[in-house]
Design a binder for this molecule. Structure first.
Ligand code: URA
Ligand code: CA
Length: 439
């Protein structure tokens, strides 16, 4: 097959054949397709899209590009969670110990940062010694030992996603429904937990910026999960501003610890508890008692204790004092008084990336001390001179005045009071029904 013709067919809006989709995935994984053709194909898909059948083919080919672990056969009780990506989204770091502490094992195949968003793997890499390159036996041993296993895509499992994810990150091809669905679901299905909760974000800091677009993504994810026999719930949640105030790597680990210690971001705590609740309900528990059990585990310190166990089991050092610190902090004040009317989440995400919490090029090195802490939330009153954000400078050389200017422009300050956006809109079916669409 001449792959240039496949690229041209997608460029011109044609529906691909299963053989062509297979050729794309096979050629990506075995190295026979040059990177420029992979990138051009991704851009064509980004522009032209794929129908439901093409998306399913792509997901299946990516799933079968490596080992299929089927964890459910050995550990039927194991659950999994994934978010479609955002900023200040530290949920996974809190959810893992929380689930472990209530006796529900959780296995997650996490990703690195993608585009403007920071990834769980990058945050965990800030913990000295923390390993994420586990094989199937390693994951099962972790689940038995500490109740949680966090692993990366590798050459062995979901290898197609590992390659495509890294390329999409640096070619402007993240924002595509079929590429997001196949990326997420190939990893989730390769791991093969029987129960899955998905946090689909909408807003300025998400890859889908409107509610209908997020619902479209959520429904597509849920229907692939359902077709593959996975018990799945999807929540549609707000990403018009950072979920927790911290954007970065080490700083997000510290933020997760704050929530585990009963302090920290209220939004982060609320969303983590709700996702955990959905997992227990999918596992057959009654909602109210499940909720109480989770609250007790979080507030009674059991989840905090589980964190240390999980970090140690993954080879990491749980002492928070050794996490990288910024070399310096720069506070960016508001230049006028008013109410925070809007936040450009994507711009804030890219600022954190450029400060050192992410990559512009595949081989960029992260600065674990770097990041951004966003102070006010939408709807908050702010006076001139009060801090909008603190820029954390790490070991990467940055253009400080460019970053601080970009921080200032990421906030819209308005003269009248504004409503804070609702954090959890509902399940995808509830939100779809509300929009008047089909659930
Ligand atoms: N998370 C993923 O794993 N892949 C995407 O494409 C987006 C979010
Ligand atoms: Ca995330």
């Amino acid at each position: 097959m001449n792959f240039v013709e496949v690229i041209e067919r997608k460029r011109d809006g044609a529906k691909l054949t299963r053989g062509e989709v297979e050729a794309f995935v096979t050629g990506t994984v075995d190295g026979s397709l040059p990177r420029e053709q992979i990138a051009a194909f991704l851009m064509a898909v980004c522009w032209r899209g794929m129908d439901g059948e093409e998306t399913r083919w792509l997901t299946e080919e990516m799933l079968h590009s490596g080992e299929v672990w089927q964890l459910a056969t050995d550990r039927p009780g194991a659950v999994d969670k994934h978010s479609t990506g955002g900023i200040g989204d530290t949920v996974s770091l809190i959810l893992a110990p929380l689930m472990a502490s209530v006796g529900t094992p959780i296995a997650m195949m996490a990703g690195r940062g993608l585009g403007h968003s920071q990834g769980t793997l990058d945050k965990l890499a800030a913990i000295p010694g923390f390993r994420t390159n586990w094989d199937r036996d390693g994951v099962i041993a972790l689940l038995d030992r500490c109740g949680a296993a966090i692993t990366a895509q590798s050459e062995k499992v979901a290898p197609a996603d590992r390659i495509l994810y890294a390329l999409r990150d640096v070619t402007g091809t993240v924002e595509s429904l079929p590429l997001i669905v196949s990326s997420i679901m190939s990893k989730k299905l390769a791991l093969g937990a029987a129960t899955l909760v998905l946090d689909v974000k909408w807003g300025s800091g998400a890859f889908r910026t409107t509610v209908p677009d997020a619902v479209e993504l959520g429904s597509a994810l849920k229907s692939v999960a359902r077709d593959m026999g996975v018990a799945c719930e999807v929540l549609i949640t707000d990403m018009n501003q950072p979920l927790g105030p911290a954007l970065g790597t080490a700083i997000e680990v510290r933020e997760a610890l704050e929530v585990l210690e009963g302090r920290g971001s209220a939004a982060l705590r609320e969303l983590t508890l709700r996702l955990a609740e959905e997992l227990l309900v999918l596992r057959g528990e009654t909602r109210e008692p499940a909720k109480r059990r989770l609250l007790n585990a979080l507030d009674g310190g059991k989840a905090r204790t589980a964190w240390d166990r999980i970090v140690e089991a993954h080879g990491g050092d749980p002492n928070p004092k050794i996490l990288a610190q910024p070399l310096r902090e720069v506070t960016v004040p508001a230049s006028e008084a008013g109410w925070i009317g809007a936040v450009d989440g994507r711009a804030l995400g890219w600022i954190a990336v450029d400060a050192g919490a992410g990559r512009r090029k595949v081989d960029d090195v992260l600065a674990f001390g770097a990041g951004l802490v966003v102070e006010p939330r939408i709807g908050d009153r702010i006076e001139a001179g009060q801090p909008l954000a603190r820029l954390l400078i790490g070991k990467r050389t940055v253009d400080e005045s460019d970053l601080t200017n970009r921080i200032r422009s990421a906030f819209t300050i308005v003269p009248q009071r504004v409503e804070a956006p609702k954090l959890i809109l509902g399940t995808v079916d509830e939100v779809a029904a509300h929009l008047g669409g089909k659930p």
